[in-house]
Design a protein around this ligand. Structure first.
Ligand code: SF4
Ligand code: SF4
Length: 624
């Protein structure tokens, strides 16, 4: 099996692992018993590995409905005395925040590690918030690994620290560390307890005001203890010698280490791994004899602010450079070039900047598109045709959500006008329905529907919002790699599970105008949307057809290779297929003839319908 190497019991074995894979190995070496998540890049592979190995490893694992539920499940595990882990992408912590904050107050018995996977440069996210501030707001110890080996080793320590303090530990990773590969040396696998036992203690676990007041005092005391631990922790270590100091952490440490070594910079580097509470005693010691210190960290000046505050409070006379005086940028991932530029600026160095010279090649820009055969394309195409015929295409407000279907923003569909976060398609649609007299249509996927749309739809029903809500149900959580969700008959352990029917849920909250259509049937899909537009009040259309990639994989296995092409004798060059349907398999030759690239065509056959090609020019290619 793909991830069998994660369960190799041989201590000392070396494996070439992704940061996310190393995290799972580390948790299994720590005696993990329970794990939960909602998938989100860059943390998704942690869930994919656990989905494959959890049962064999004797760990309970689930893809929870959303991050808040995942947080609550893991917190209950830790309160029952078993080692538990919850993980999500950075914005997932916003969803989990309510439960996350209170978990610090009520504390844990079994170790609880909360992994946040931040995404500097927003490779797959709507923002690049720095979740280290969550450790400060919640008063939680925090660790930041820099490599897969460190991630594996550090997560074991995170469980230890969590149990010693009785607090959850925030484990902050970033895309570069999640997705970096490196050699990881295994320790021993430790079997976690199969079940815990919850000892009732309402004064400890129920933060009503009279209890919460005492909890806050205890939490602050624990954080004093945590600061001592951080100051003596080997995770905060000094490397090198020199007259200037550099304080760094996470992925930025790797670039600092490379630049210092490559250019022979005489610097004393404090590499912080246990970063909250800020290890003031350790830093104080480090600063002795230094006149200048530079803080190199991605995103916000979290450590820099701590350092400046400490210097001010303690009257430490030292020059501090970083982002706050403009030497380093506050956005995007760092690279060795960014670090060199920052050090040049802060220290007056003259390190060569410019990177490796590569031959410049001009390539056409390729914006991301829906895959050939994607059912969402057919949905958008049908909706566009209906709204144009009704002459309301331009005034309709399209609220969208987080998933592959967000690509509906691209031409020619252009059906994404407003997006905030998971579930905002439904909530914002309610708002626009009340705030304007324009037609409103919201789009969400099946996984997103379960994640965060249901309360907003209840809101729409109760407040009589006049809107159309579309669930693009492709039977998976496609964008993050096909993880299951509550609408599918499989759970996180790979066992059979009850599948919730979206139509029944929608009807159950009081929506009466509900239709389920196959978007591959464009005629029927158009008819369903025509009825939805004509309906006064809230209507829901569920366009149900599995993700094209799942269909492709199944067809490949079965030896089915269907292809379509344009019959040049019948094609009138009206270009409806290219310009309005816009499957990426279509292309025009230099004379204007339309063709289908057989390497891209996945044989869905949608374009062969008269609703796409009115002249019946698109035909299945008969096998010789
Ligand atoms: S829609 Fe049909 S007729 Fe029009 S360009 Fe495409 S293949 Fe040719
Ligand atoms: S059959 Fe038509 S719509 Fe489907 S993938 Fe091929 S070209 Fe695209």
């Amino acid at each position: 099996m793909k991830y069998d190497m994660i369960l190799d019991p041989t201590p000392g074995r070396k494996a070439f692992l992704l940061g996310n894979e190393a995290v799972v190995r580390g948790a299994l070496e720590a005696g993990l018993s329970l794990a939960s998540t909602y998938p989100g890049t860059p943390s998704s592979e942690i869930g994919n590995v656990l989905h494959a190995v959890a049962k064999k490893a004797g760990v309970y694992f689930e893809f929870s409905t959303n991050e808040k539920v995942a947080m609550e499940v893991a917190a209950a595990g830790a309160a029952s005395g078993i080692r538990s882990m919850v993980f999500f992408k950075h914005v997932g912590l916003n969803v989990a925040a309510d439960a996350f904050m209170s978990t610090a107050y009520v504390g844990v018995r079994g170790g609880l590690v909360v992994i946040t996977a931040d995404d500097p440069s927003m490779h797959s996210s709507q923002n690049e918030q720095d979740n280290r501030y969550y450790a400060q707001i919640a008063q939680m110890p925090m660790m930041e690994p820099s490599s897969p080996q460190e991630a594996k080793d550090m997560i074991k320590e995170a469980f230890e620290i969590s149990e010693k303090l009785g607090l959850p530990v925030l484990f902050r990773m970033t895309t570069r560390v999640n997705h970096m590969r490196g050699v990881v040396e295994y320790g021993e696998l430790v079997k976690g307890k199969p079940k815990g036992r919850f000892e009732k203690a309402p004064s400890r676990y129920v933060p009503v005001p009279s209890n919460a007041r005492g909890m806050h005092i205890r939490l602050l005391k624990k954080m004093e203890e945590a600061e001592e631990m951080a100051s003596t922790s080997h995770l905060n270590r000094v490397e090198g010698e020199g007259d200037v100091g550099i304080i760094t952490s996470g992925a930025a440490y790797n670039y600092v280490a490379d630049v210092v070594e490559e250019h022979g910079i005489r610097a004393r580097v404090l590499k912080l791994g246990f970063t909250h509470p800020f290890p003031r005693a350790r830093v104080r010691e480090f600063l002795k004899g230094l006149k200048t210190v530079v803080v190199v960290e991605e995103l916000e000046p979290y450590m820099e602010k701590e350092l400046r505050a400490m210097a001010q409070v303690e009257g430490i006379d030292i020059r501090i450079h970083g982002k706050m005086d403009g030497h380093f940028p506050r956005h995007y991932e760092y690279t060795p070039e960014v670090v060199k530029r920052g050090l040049n600026s802060a220290l007056g160095l003259n390190l060569p900047v410019g990177g490796v010279k590569v031959r410049e090649i001009t390539v056409p820009s390729r914006p991301p598109v829906l895959c050939p055969g994607c059912p969402h394309r057919a949905t958008y195409y049908a909706i566009g045709a209906v709204l144009r015929a009704k002459k309301i295409r331009d005034e309709t407000i399209f609220t969208t959500d987080i998933g592959c279907y967000t690509l509906g923003i691209q031409k020619p569909y252009e059906m994404a006008d407003y997006l905030l976060c998971m579930g905002s398609s439904a909530g914002a649609a309610c708002g626009f329905a009340k705030a304007t007299d324009q037609p409103v249509m919201g789009f969400a996927g099946d996984s997103t529907f379960f994640h965060a749309c249901i309360p907003a739809l209840i809101n729409a029903v109760h407040n009589r919002a006049n809107m159309i809500f579309v669930v693009l149900d492709n039977r998976t959580t496609a964008m993050t790699g096909h993880q299951p969700h509550p609408g599918l008959p499989i759970d996180g352990l790979g066992d059979e599970a009850p599948a919730l029917d979206i139509e029944k849920v929608v009807r159950g909250i009081g929506i009466e105008h509900v239709e389920v259509v196959d978007p591959y049937d464009i005629k029927e899909t158009k008819a369903a949307f025509r009825r939805a537009v004509e309906h006064n009040g809230i209507s829901v259309v569920i366009t149900r057809r599995e993700c094209a990639l799942i269909m492709d994989a199944r067809n490949r296995k079965a030896g089915i290779f269907r292809k379509y092409d344009v019959n040049q004798d019948m094609c009138t060059r009206c270009y409806n297929c290219v310009e309005n349907f816009a499957c990426p398999a279509f292309y025009r030759d230099e004379e204007g003839g339309v063709h289908i690239n057989p390497y891209l065509c996945d044989g869905c056959g949608v374009c062969s319908q008269r609703d796409v090609c009115p002249f019946g020019a698109i035909e299945e290619v008969k096998k010789e």
